[in-house]
Design a binder for this molecule. Structure first.
Ligand code: ADP
Ligand code: MG
Length: 398
C-alpha cells in the first residue's frame, strides 16, 4: 500500500491554508491547493505543487475539483472553512468512493459548531458560562429578547455560512444595537431562511482562543492564545495575538464542550474573559482557524497531527508548546487601520481605538519578539502575493 502522501488543501486563499501548506510541505507531503479565487495566498508558496481554480463555491464546482483530485492521485482533502467543509460533505461518499480521505467530520457534527444556537444551547446544558442569550423565532420574540437582555445588545446571525442545501445565504455578521428601531432593522436583515438571529447581552473581556485537535470526542492536542488586536476593532479575527499557557478555567469548559459534541478534528473554542467571571463562551469555530501559523510557530503542528489522526496513526501524547510567542498578521493590521479610520460601527458599546492609536499600532514598535505570520525568508512569495492581491482588492473596492 502507498503511504498517503498527496494532500489537497482547500480554501487556498486563507491564512490557515498557507500555514497548512508550509507545515505539511516541510513534513515531506506533496501539497496541492484549490481555491475559487485567482492567485490564492497559499498557491504562492514554493511548497505548492499544483493549483486548481474552482468555478465557484458550489457542489458542481466541487465535483470538477474531485475529478481533478482523483487524476492528481490525491489521498487526503483538507477543507479549511465552513463553506469548504459543507461542500465536501455534500458529496462525501463520492470523495470516499475514490479512496480520498475526507479531512473534516460529518455535517451533523459540524453543525453543532456552525450553528451558534446549537453550540450555545448545548454549552448551557452542560453548565458552561455563556453571555445571556435568547433564541427568538419571530420579530416579536426578538423584541422581547432585547427587552430581557437589555440595550446595548448583540445581534448575531445563527450561521456564518448558512447552507440551504444548494446555496449559501448571506451573513451580515455580528452587530450591536442600542434601540428598538435599530434592533428591528438588524434582525430582519440577519434572518437566514427561517432562522432568526440570536440576541445576546454584551460581555466585556479579552478574546481568548482555546484550540484542540480531537479524536472522536477526546482532545489529543491543546493550544491557547489571547488576542491583542482584532482586525475589526469591534470584534473579528485577530491581527496580533500571543500564545498563552492553557489555564484550567479555559481548558475545562472547552474540554467539556468538545466531549459533549463528540468533536472529531480541529476546533477553536472562542471565549471572552474579564478575569472575574468564568470565561464566556462566544462560539466554536469547528475547523482550522485563521491564526493557525501561531500554533505552528509555538510548536504545535496541528496540520500534521490532524493528518496523523486521519490516516489512523493517531497522536501519541499532547505536544507541548511555547507560551509568549506573538504573531502579527501585517496585512490584517492594515485592514484594521482602515476600520479605525472609518470609526466605530453604530451601536458599538466597547472602547474603539483612536486614529493616533491606529498609527502607533501600525508603524510603532511591536511586542518584543513579534513574528510576522505570512513573511518567511525561506518562502517569500506568499507575502508578496498577499500585498499584490490586497492592494488590487482595495483599488477595486474604491
Ligand atoms: N456577546 C458578546 N459580547 C461582546 N462581544 C461579542 C459578543 N459576541 C460576539 N462578540 C464579538 O464579536 C466577534 C464576532 O462574533 P462571533 O460570535 O465570534 O461571530 P463570528 O466570528 O462568526 O463572526 C467576537 O469575536 C467578539 O469579539
Ligand atoms: Mg468568532
Amino acid at each position: 500500500m502507498t503511504l498517503p502522501k498527496r494532500i489537497l488543501i482547500l480554501d487556498g486563499q486563507t491564512n490557515q491554508a498557507l500555514a497548512c501548506v508550509r507545515s505539511l510541505g516541510r513534513a515531506g507531503y506533496t501539497v496541492l491547493v484549490a481555491s475559487h479565487r485567482h492567485w490564492p495566498l497559499s498557491g504562492w508558496s514554493h511548497y505548492c505543487r499544483g493549483c486548481f481554480l474552482l468555478a465557484g463555491q458550489t457542489v458542481e464546482a466541487f465535483a470538477s475539483l474531485r475529478a481533478w483530485a482523483y487524476r492528481e492521485g490525491v489521498h487526503i482533502v483538507l477543507p479549511l472553512t465552513e463553506k469548504g467543509c459543507l461542500l465536501c460533505n455534500a458529496e462525501r461518499q463520492e470523495w470516499e468512493a475514490l479512496g480520498i480521505i475526507m479531512g473534516c467530520g460529518p455535517t451533523d457534527m459540524l453543525l453543532c459548531a456552525f450553528d451558534k444556537a446549537q453550540t450555545l444551547q448545548r454549552a448551557e446544558a452542560c453548565g458552561i458560562t455563556t453571555p445571556p442569550t435568547r433564541f427568538p423565532k419571530s420579530l416579536e420574540e426578538c423584541r422581547a429578547a432585547a427587552g430581557e437582555v437589555g440595550f446595548p445588545c448583540v445581534v448575531k446571525p445563527r450561521f456564518s455560512h448558512a447552507w440551504n442545501g444548494s446555496t449559501f445565504l448571506a451573513d451580515l455578521g455580528t452587530t450591536y444595537v442600542t434601540n428598538n428601531e435599530a434592533l428591528d432593522q438588524a434582525v430582519v436583515t440577519r434572518k437566514q431562511g427561517d432562522c432568526w438571529p440570536l440576541i445576546q447581552g454584551f460581555v466585556e473581556g479579552q478574546g481568548k482562543g482555546v484550540f484542540a485537535l480531537c479524536d472522536h470526542g477526546r482532545a489529543a492536542v491543546w493550544f491557547a492564545h489571547e488576542r491583542l488586536r482584532d482586525v475589526r476593532p469591534s470584534g473579528s479575527g485577530s491581527s496580533l495575538r500571543r500564545s498563552i499557557r492553557l489555564e484550567p478555567r479555559l481548558k475545562e469548559p472547552a474540554e467539556r464542550l468538545l466531549s459533549e459534541l463528540q468533536w472529531h478534528g480541529p476546533a477553536m473554542v472562542e471565549f471572552r474573559d474579564d478575569g472575574v467571571h468564568p470565561p464566556y463562551l462566544i462560539e466554536v469555530n469547528g475547523r482550522l482557524w485563521g491564526s493557525l501559523q501561531l500554533a505552528v510557530d509555538a510548536g504545535t503542528e496541528f496540520p500534521r497531527l490532524w493528518v496523523a489522526i486521519l490516516t489512523g496513526k493517531g497522536v501519541e501524547s499532547a505536544t507541548d508548546y511555547v507560551a509568549g510567542v506573538t504573531s502579527r498578521w501585517l496585512w490584517g493590521d492594515v485592514k484594521r487601520f482602515l476600520y479605525i479610520l472609518k470609526g466605530p460601527p453604530a451601536g458599538y458599546p466597547g472602547l474603539y481605538p483612536t486614529i493616533w492609536q491606529g498609527i502607533r499600532e501600525l508603524l510603532g514598535p511591536q511586542p518584543a519578539g513579534t513574528r510576522l505570520e505570512v513573511w518567511r525568508s525561506s518562502d517569500p512569495w506568499p507575502a508578496v502575493g498577499e500585498w499584490m492581491e490586497g492592494i488590487r482588492e482595495l483599488m477595486a473596492s474604491l
